[in-house]
Design a protein around this ligand. Structure first.
Ligand SMILES: [Ca+2]
Ligand SMILES: [Ca+2]
Length: 138
């Protein structure tokens, strides 16, 4: 091994130490416990996994919203596969979820305060997976 290749390998090790080596086979993150008190949360995959979106108020249009997984973001619209209603008593209790932005007529699910669903079906009007485009506290 030449001095040059030893230095190159050492440099690579330093870079990995500084920025973290890529993790092979990383497990999906369960976001259930990250849904803050007083908020309604959707996760983009079954079993509360992957991207998390969190609201403390009514939002009837998800088309300009993003869910987060660390610093990475993913569109919130048409992505909800599980949810948690972690609302606060008397202020934010129950949730209706809607299929289309700014349209409260086509309800997907009703989520009483405290309810968590690891999969959005069965629901009020199938299909419900990857359909939610807004919600309202009621
Ligand atoms: Ca999804
Ligand atoms: Ca939709």
């Amino acid at each position: 091994m030449s001095i040059r290749s030893i230095l190159a390998a050492a440099g690579c090790a330093i870079v990995l130490a500084m920025f973290g080596a890529p993790t092979a086979g990383a497990q999906p993150l369960n976001r259930f416990w990250e849904c803050d008190a007083g908020t309604y949360c959707i996760m983009t995959d079954i079993d509360y996994e992957h991207y998390l979106c969190e609201w403390s108020s009514t939002d009837l249009n998800y088309t300009n919203d993003y869910c987060y997984y660390g610093i990475a973001a993913s569109p919130a619209d048409d992505s909800a596969s599980s949810y948690r209603n972690n609302g606060a008593p008397h202020t934010y209790d129950d949730i209706y979820s809607f299929r289309r932005p700014n349209n409260t007529a086509d309800k997907l699910w009703f989520a009483p305060r405290g309810e968590s669903r690891s999969w959005v079906s069965p629901c009020l009007a199938e299909p419900c997976n990857d359909q939610a485009s807004g919600h309202q506290w009621v």
